[in-house]
Design a protein around this ligand. Structure first.
Ligand code: MG
Length: 398
């Protein structure tokens, strides 16, 4: 059996979404520059356009075709990654046995000697996920079954509130709503960095207080600084946040500042330090573990090297006694988590807005019920386009 081709298909359609969308964005490291800080929430949104529902949506899907007529699929995939796949990996893929995922991964990794991290590894991840989708379709089983799962009947999810307003009344209303929907944990995103001084710090603290007061004492709350703080600021904020008992502070400093992560993990009492969503491969994650940098590891299966690499990462985090709670990852995370024990991967992030957005054209969709994600039963990675919602499709010439 051989891979015969690699295709990229852009599909377009409209999306009815009646909830809030991109009301607010998270703080970013580049916000220390005024021209970046001034940017609003919608500037980061690359796949959806229009000022209200129904939105116009345009997504690209990767297909890996075989001589047996079955194709593996992954998407949506960013266009920049499609160029990397076409330019660097198509020649490796065509003619290969699609079952040989370890060998293909290793060939891509060795070929992309400058691409160990960042977009090239994200492109390798997309290929890997398409190959796992293909393998599952060929064998007629969901990927988590091929990997030794299911480890449980359903996966506890936490409501991740990226894109939601941090205006106090709205925070309280939405935080209460996710608890009423059955979630037992929720994550919110800071908007202010150390250069905004005490006024920004108070607004960050106000977010923490509003979430805790809205959800009550029994729901776990988490907060993401998206690499945008520094060590002294995080120490001060942790001190002031402690009374609200957050589970973790996420990515307090830039991903390369591993000793500073370790310092924060040692110094901050009673609040976990999480990170790793912007780290890649078993080697990047091992460096974080060796440095004792994080309490919670958040590698993303769609970025860090795909399912193939996440299995190695899960073995490392498990051996170190650190929970692996992948950054979003949607269906890829569901398949991975369902293959691992509840101690290795206890809970899944569900980005309420982006999660729904990423599934617009898919037949099988994740939709947490009462705070839990039911395990998918479709073969492979549950990747299938829903023709009913596709208004146009176009194969990209790459
Ligand atoms: Mg994050």
């Amino acid at each position: 059996m051989k891979i015969t081709g690699v295709r990229f298909v852009r599909v377009q359609g409209t999306w009815e979404y009646d909830g809030p969308l991109s009301e607010e964005r998270l703080v970013r490291p580049v916000d220390i520059y005024p021209e970046f800080r001034a940017m609003g929430a919608t500037s980061a949104n690359y796949s959806v356009s229009g000022s209200g529902s129904p939105y116009k949506v345009s997504h690209i899907f990767l297909f890996i075709d075989t001589d047996e007529g079955v194709s593996g699929m992954r998407g949506p995939v960013q266009e920049s990654l499609c160029h990397i796949i076409a330019n660097q990996f198509r020649s490796i893929l065509v003619g290969e046995d699609p079952h040989a995922i370890e060998r293909i991964w290793d060939k891509m990794y060795r070929q992309a000697i400058h691409g160990r991290k960042g977009e090239t590894m994200m492109a390798i991840s997309a290929v890997d996920l398409a190959l796992w989708d293909l393998k599952g379709k060929l064998l007629g089983a969901p990927v988590y079954q091929l990997l030794g799962g299911p480890s449980r009947d359903s996966i506890r999810a936490y409501a991740s509130m990226l894109g939601h307003s941090i205006e106090p009344d709205k925070v309280r209303e939405r935080a209460r709503a996710v608890v009423e929907a059955g979630y037992t944990a929720t994550k919110w995103f800071f908007r202010h960095d150390p250069t905004e001084g005490e006024a920004g710090a108070r607004k960050n603290l106000e977010l923490v207080r509003n979430v805790r007061e809205a959800v009550g004492p029994d729901v776990e709350i988490m907060f993401d600084a998206w690499s945008s703080w520094d060590v002294p600021y995080t120490l001060k904020m942790a001190e002031r946040m402690r009374e609200y008992r957050p589970w973790w502070i996420e990515e307090p400093v830039m991903a390369d500042m591993i000793p500073q992560y370790a310092e924060l993990r040692r110094e901050v009492q009673g609040i976990a330090i999480s990170g790793g969503e912007h780290e890649y491969t078993r080697w990047g994650i091992k460096a974080l573990l060796d440095a004792r940098a994080v309490d919670v590891m958040q590698a993303d299966p769609t970025w860090a090297g795909g399912i193939t690499e996440m299995l190695k990462i899960a073995a490392l985090t498990s051996a170190n006694g650190i929970p692996l709670i992948p950054h979003h990852g949607a269906m890829a995370s569901t398949q991975l988590i369902a293959s691992q024990t509840i101690t290795t991967c206890p809970i899944q992030e569900w980005l309420i807005q982006s999660g729904k957005m990423g599934q617009v054209f898919l037949t099988y969709q994740i939709e947490p019920k009462n705070g839990y994600i039911e395990l998918p039963t479709a073969p492979g990675m549950s990747m299938e386009l829903n023709d009913d919602v596709i208004e146009s499709r176009q194969e990209l010439e790459l």
